[in-house]
Design a protein around this ligand. Structure first.
Ligand code: NAD
Length: 264
């Protein structure tokens, strides 16, 4: 199997993409530790153990460096040093135009989405450097490139992750550590399924693949990036968005042109 013998740690694994990714890594042969601020993350660990792999869970806030250090130490004591880190914990709760966004909300979103990834990477990278092998996959977003209306903090945090991934690469690719960012478009998670139908429809219409992404598709990209096969992919920004980033401002993206039958 792709990840036999590997030990992985996934943050944001109580639900959504993080949870599906943790289960996919276990299915690919890895032992998997999971972390989240929600206690439901224990259920993810239970499912990993039921699948025949070793699994352990810890509840902590990735923005809190001391809690991260303690939580990662507990998970390491349970499973061993981590070969793979998937940093997925994030919040998207701060939605307001720039003029109305509070400094407090801005700072919290940066603290979870950007500083959280920094805290996690710092807490696992030591043994990776010593062993000369590691895989770090950071879940950024298409918002890192194009921004998002009324989500300045989210977009800035996701863009910041790219600089973090690039710098980890400059400093540690030589130690056998491949660190990459993935940039999903709209993925059909439990929360996205609860979004208003018109928002999902607009997003589908502006995506060349004409559908939302599936969590399993993101998870299988991450499983590949976590494997031995991906060692020469370093500091990359990998889109997984059905082509959503292309042509968004062009004439061909307009509804009347887009929906015209082929050849007319
Ligand atoms: N769903 C999408 O369309 C989409 C698109 C682009 C990027 N992403 C990114 O993918 C990742 C997963 O997104 P999702 O849609 O599954 O979201 P989600 O909200 O379902 O999952 C995020 C998880 O992170 C956890 N979390 C939040 N704050 C935390 C904290 N301070 N400490 C620890 N854990 C915390 C949450 O409890 C939750 O379990 C996120 O980084 C998100 O920004 C998602």
């Amino acid at each position: 199997m792709l990840l036999t013998g590997k030990i992985a740690l996934v943050t944001g694994a109580a639900r959504g993409i993080g949870r599906v990714t943790a289960l996919a890594l276990a299915e690919a042969g890895a032992d998997v530790a999971v972390a989240d601020v929600l206690p439901d993350v224990e259920e993810t660990a239970e499912r990993i153990r039921n699948s025949g792999r070793r699994g352990a869970a810890a509840v902590f806030d990735v923005a809190d460096a001391d809690r991260v250090r303690d939580g990662v130490a507990r998970l390491r004591a349970a499973l061993g040093d981590f070969d793979v880190l998937v940093s997925g914990a994030a919040i998207v709760t701060n939605i307001a135009p720039l003029t109305k966004m509070s400094a407090q909300n801005w700072q919290r979103e940066l603290a979870v989405n950007l500083t959280g990834a920094f805290n996690m990477i710092q807490s696992v990278i030591g043994p990776m450097i010593e062993r000369g092998w590691g895989r770090i996959i950071v879940i950024s977003s298409g918002a890192a490139r194009g921004g998002l209306h009324h989500q300045a903090a989210y977009a800035a945090s996701k863009a910041g992750l790219i600089g973090l991934v690039q710098t980890v690469t400059l400093e540690h690719a030589r130690h056998g550590i491949a660190c990459n960012a993935i940039l999903p478009g709209l993925i059909e998670t439990e929360l996205v399924r609860m979004m208003p139908a018109e928002i999902r429809a607009a997003s589908t219409a502006s995506t060349p693949a004409r559908r939302l992404g599936r969590m399993e598709e993101v998870a299988s990209l991450i499983a590949f990036l976590a494997s031995d096969n991906a060692g020469f992919i370093n500091g990359a920004e990998i889109d997984i968005d059905g082509g959503m980033r292309l042509n968004t401002g062009s004439l061909g993206s307009r509804k009347e042109v887009r929906d015209r039958p082929e050849g007319s």
